[in-house]
Design a protein around this ligand. Structure first.
Ligand SMILES: *[C@@H]1O[C@H](CO)[C@@H](O)[C@H](O)[C@H]1NC(C)=O
Length: 188
């Protein structure tokens, strides 16, 4: 019985090496989850699975993909806001939705530019990307505040929460591309 078992073991090992291998994606999501336990590892991996290029991308590629995934999500939310506005009869509520429409439209632009900055591959362009990603990350809070300040229930609570998670992933993965600040100058 020993030989067949060994054979099965090697078969498993071989099939595993193509699918269970630790990848850049897994490493990236592991370190993301360590810093953001409330969003977590499986949400991170699931997010990247929306783009098949994630499986073979390096960490810079993953950062650009994360920005594009957040951009696509912001596009979807912008469309939803436009639909809500079109059917809203209360003018004050229309105005609140207008705030959300504006910040999500800006976020789409910022995320698109951030993805290009990341792809450029320089430290300077990566820092520009971080500025744009941080600005995009403010969109859901600004949108929620427009409703919160008016004591009105936001119709975009779920969208805002989802986008916040996606933008957080994009920002964190892009931030990890920069070299850690040098401690050498402090020691000298
Ligand atoms: C978002 O929408 C803009 C404008 O419609 C479009 O150009 C862009 O490709 C979309 N981005 C994504 C990632 O779907």
């Amino acid at each position: 019985m020993k030989a067949p078992l060994t054979y099965v073991f090697f078969l498993l090992l071989i099939s595993c090496s193509s699918t269970c291998e630790s990848s850049t994606l897994e490493d990236t999501c592991k370190s993301f989850a360590a810093g953001h336990p409330s969003i977590g590892y499986s949400y991170c991996v699931k997010t990247f699975h929306a783009d098949s290029r994630s499986a073979t991308a390096d960490s810079r590629g993953l950062a650009a993909i994360a920005a594009k995934i957040a951009e696509a999500n912001a596009n979807g939310t912008a469309r939803r806001i436009a639909a809500l506005r079109a059917s809203e009869e209360d003018s004050r509520r229309q105005e609140r939705l207008g705030v959300c429409a504006e910040v999500y439209s800006d976020a789409v632009d910022q995320l698109g530019e951030a993805a290009e900055d990341i792809a450029r591959g320089e430290d300077k362009s990566t820092r520009d990307a971080l500025t744009r990603l941080s600005a995009a990350l403010d969109a859901p809070g600004t949108c929620e505040d427009a409703f919160g300040e008016a004591d009105d229930t936001s119709p975009l609570l779920a969208e805002d929460a989802e986008f916040r998670k996606l933008a957080t992933i994009a920002l964190a993965v892009a931030a990890s591309l920069l070299p850690p600040p040098s401690t050498l100058t402090k020691c000298l």
